[in-house]
Design a protein around this ligand. Structure first.
Ligand SMILES: [Zn+2]
Length: 411
């Protein structure tokens, strides 16, 4: 396989470039600094010998590894994103390398007493004896999803250096702005031209996902009436009390903090209120399409019920679908999941198949005509200072990509 130090150097060259995305921006990429890494990736893809390397006006990168066999086989793709989340700073990342991890506390930052401990994150113990890459406690790491990019490029490099390994045509796609939900928006599926693809954007080694939430956002606006409090009797309508009634009418236990696995929820994530007007912002999530629709119905019905207590409409609600469970697009082509599973088993990895409690670029791409399950990239504790990645998991991800490439012509 690829030399460990070579992979570490490659990964560090990516995470030390700040590519934080910004949901407030309307441009693509949402931040100009994402171009810095995008342009470097284009050069690197050319350097390792990839063909048809392109970058479009929105910084979407595509490249081809041509088939080296006569037989016509499906074209497959591998996709990851180069932006990092705006939830935590990605500027001045100073990665630390912990060799032969001993299973104890890792002091990320002595001055600020920031410690990465298996007492808080017991999955660390899975990686005793391995090489971990961590932050210095002041930034995120960006293994989400620069680990995925490092793995895809390394696997392509390996296949180019080993022409004796037979494979069909492989396409590579790197996107901006995944973390703000727009990674797939301007992805040209037709130009990509793959029969199916895999996002390398999961977490723990072994993860393989083809089910995600159905997702919608809801904005509930309550209109009140502001009157001088001394003369308000029978006149004032306090929107905050009505909004509170609305909040309390939704099932209190169907919230993120009370649900797991396949259980859906309503998540109230913002309240802005005055007497005159209150705005509630929710997200609605459910793996099951019928339950998802029922949740939206319930929110509409509650608004109606509250309105019926007043002479005129006080509660308005706007619900917008965000993304859907890719399962319905994957099930008709289940062999693409089976191939990934087999590729993991060949690499000695036990596949962990579970529904994602979130979405991926792959769910959007699946609905755009590119079925796209998600495979682990190896990192943990994404979106914060405790993010880390075991190098051995990244090496295994590279092996999985190579095995998938090998398996496609055999099917
Ligand atoms: Zn990601």
């Amino acid at each position: 396989m690829i030399a460990k130090q070579h992979l570490i150097n490659r990964f560090i060259s990516y995470v030390t470039v700040d590519t934080e995305s910004n949901p407030e921006s309307d441009t693509t990429p949402s931040t100009a600094k994402q171009w810095d890494l995008a342009n470097a990736l284009v050069e690197e893809l050319k350097e390792i010998g990839m063909q048809d390397v392109t970058i479009d006006e929105n910084a979407y990168i595509m490249a081809t590894l041509p088939s080296n066999i006569e037989k016509q086989v499906p074209t497959i793709g591998f996709v990851s994103h180069f932006d990092t989340t705006p939830d935590f700073t990605g500027a001045n990342v100073k990665p630390q390398i912990i060799e032969n991890y001993n299973g104890g506390d890792i002091v990320l930052n002595k001055a600020e007493n920031i410690v990465l401990s298996p007492k808080d994150f017991d999955d660390l113990l899975l990686y005793k004896g391995q090489t971990l890459i961590t932050t210095d406690g002041t930034t995120l790491l960006g293994a989400d999803d620069k680990a995925g990019i490092a793995e895809i490029i390394s696997a392509m490099e390996y296949l180019i250096q080993h022409p004796e390994i037979k494979h069909g045509k492989i396409r590579v796609g790197f996107t901006p702005d995944e973390e703000i939900g727009r990674g797939a928006h301007k992805f040209d599926v037709e130009k990509f031209g793959a029969d199916w693809a895999y996002t390398m954007d999961g977490s723990q080694i072994g993860e393989l996902e083809y089910e995600n939430f159905n997702a919608a956002g809801a904005v509930v606006t309550v209109k009140g009436k502001i009157v001088h409090p001394g003369y308000a009797k029978g006149k004032m309508v306090n929107s905050m009390y009505i909004a509170t009634d609305y909040i309390n009418s939704l099932p209190r236990l169907e919230t993120p903090e009370h649900t797991e696995d396949r259980q859906g929820f309503f998540h109230l994530y913002s309240i802005e209120g005055e007497v005159d007007s209150t705005k509630l912002q929710y997200i609605i999530r459910d793996h099951d399409k019928e339950h998802f629709e029922a949740r939206k119905e319930m929110m509409l019905k509650l608004a109606d019920e509250l309105n019926s207590q007043f002479e005129k409409e006080v509660v308005t609600i706007e619900i917008k679908d965000q993304y859907f469970n890719m399962r319905e697009k994957i099930e008709p082509v289940m062999h693409i999941v089976d191939i990934a599973e087999e590729a993991m088993q060949q690499a000695g990895i036990k596949p962990i198949i579970k529904p994602i409690r979130g979405g991926t670029d792959g769910s959007q791409l699946s609905f755009m005509g590119l079925p796209c399950p998600n495979i682990f990239a190896g990192g943990h504790n994404f979106h914060g200072r405790y993010e880390y990645v075991p190098v051995e998991s990244m090496l295994k991800a590279i092996e999985v990509i190579v095995n998938i490439a090998k398996l496609v012509p055999e099917k």
